[in-house]
Each structure stands twice: as C-alpha cells, then as structure tokens.
Design a protein. Structure first.
Length: 126
C-alpha cells in the first residue's frame, strides 16, 4: 500500500510519542531517534482501514523485528493484541475494533487537520 504525505507525518508523531523506542522491546529498547528508519509506526488494524489509519490508539512504535516478524505474523498477533489491550484497556480496544470495521471515505484534507492537531499536542479522539 502506497504511503501518503499524511502517513509520513503521522508516523513521525507516533514514533516521537513513543520516545523513538520500540514499545515491544520495553526497557531494553534502543533509541531510534538517530536511525529513524529502524523504527516503524505499526497499525494494529492495518492502514487499509481508513477509519483507524490515523488513530493514535491504533498505532505504536515497533522496531523492524517486532513489526515484521515477532508481532507482524499470525503467531505473534495474540501477544500484540494483549499488549494493545493492556495499553488502552479492553473497553477502548473494543471501540477501536468497531471503528476499524466501519467504512470511511478517504479525506486527505480532514486527515491532515487531525494530524496537525495531534502535532500541536491535542491528542483527543480523532
């Protein structure tokens, strides 16, 4: 799936929010602020779902290993889900899952405005 300008801005927001460290590696995680390509913005519900594509609750910073191999495969999906539930709570996760399965038309201008609000520090519901 092709990345858009909004994807790049949002990815930077998520990785900065998570202090340029892989949330799965925890305290052992290295700082990726100098090697930004080594840290990915991972979407629990994939980027193809417009309704949660730019939702901060749906995304975390993961190193390449966790994003592509450990949590990116079906074997690691349960561990990823457990982490997300611990992070945002079961109720928020359930709401996120409902939003992920709802239809939303692509709206780059509205998405850009939402991302700008996140960058300004207003991380309320988007």
């Amino acid at each position: 799936m092709k990345l858009r300008a909004n994807d790049r801005k949002f990815s930077n927001y998520i990785r900065a929010r998570d202090n340029w460290r892989c949330v799965a590696c925890g305290d052992k995680s290295k700082d990726y602020s100098e090697n930004r390509q080594g840290l990915h913005c991972s979407h629990f519900f994939g980027r193809g779902r417009e309704n949660t594509r730019f939702d901060p609750l749906n995304c975390v910073a993961l190193c390449r290993h966790h994003h592509l191999y450990a949590w990116g495969h079906s074997d690691g999906r349960d561990e990823y889900k457990a982490y997300m539930i611990k992070r945002i709570g079961q109720d928020e996760f359930d709401k996120l899952e409902v939003r992920a399965h709802m239809t939303k038309k692509r709206d780059d201008k509205l998405d850009a405005l939402g991302i700008e609000q996140l960058l300004k520090g207003d991380d309320g519901s988007y």
